[in-house]
Design a protein around this ligand. Structure first.
Ligand SMILES: Cc1cc2nc3c(=O)[nH]c(=O)nc-3n(C[C@H](O)[C@H](O)[C@H](O)COP(=O)(O)O)c2cc1C
Length: 193
């Protein structure tokens, strides 16, 4: 699929979509490293820089895929039902096929206010990564759900108790770019005098 690169910050923001399917072209590690260097420029209160990034290599992607599969299975009323096993195996296969996966984690804080702000900042870092990637034609999909706090995922990353997974970013060149609508901000804005 040929793709015109967005030219302005506004183009980047408004044309970025969550990409459900990637081409098989790899994303080099130095590209990921460069985009992460952009991500750290997001605002963060008191410069706590609370994030840590986990970039999965081939072996880790497989293990991560298995953890995703087990999480999915744990959510099913009957994981042994007919047809379920191939669907669960697809979770592993899709994960392994994803060109790059980056997990964004954040330190908490003893102060509950700063804890929340640390989480917001780390999402900001993920979003900055997504925008920087898209400005170069690289697609992303940010996912969280209850998987974020799944103990085997935490063990896989060796997370200390005060650290939380903020989200998992799936990265690759887009095979498709879906259209998704937005409600105009005009309908969500209160202009106060
Ligand atoms: C904090 C956050 C968590 C998200 N978690 C998930 C998720 O668990 N699963 C998923 O399919 N999409 C997830 N998304 C992606 C949204 O579904 C997606 O951004 C939304 O549908 C709008 O689509 P767009 O990004 O293409 O504009 C998440 C997005 C955000 C910001």
């Amino acid at each position: 699929m040929s793709q015109t690169l967005p030219r302005t910050v506004i183009d980047v923001i408004t044309t970025r979509r969550s990409i459900p399917q990637f081409r098989s072209d790899p994303i080099p590690s130095d590209t990921i490293a460069r985009l992460l260097e952009v991500a750290v420029w997001v605002p963060n209160h008191r410069l706590t820089e609370p994030w840590q990034f986990f970039v999965l290599g081939e072996k880790s992607k497989r293990r991560f895929g298995e953890i995703r599969r087990d999480f999915r299975a744990s959510m099913l009323p009957n994981p042994q039902a007919a047809g379920v096993q191939p669907a669960l195996q697809k979770v592993v296969d899709d994960t392994v096929r994803t060109p790059a996966i980056v997990i964004f984690t954040s330190q908490g804080h003893d102060d509950p206010e700063l804890r929340e702000e640390n989480y917001w900042s780390t999402f900001g870092a993920a979003y900055a990564f997504m925008l920087a990637a898209w400005s170069e034609g690289i697609g992303t999909y940010f996912r969280t759900s209850a998987f974020r706090d799944y103990p085997p995922l935490r063990e896989f990353l060796h997370l200390p108790p005060d650290t939380r997974v903020i989200g998992v970013l799936y990265v690759g060149y887009p095979a498709v770019v879906p259209q998704r609508p937005r409600t105009s901000a005009a309908e969500k804005t209160v202009w106060m005098d």
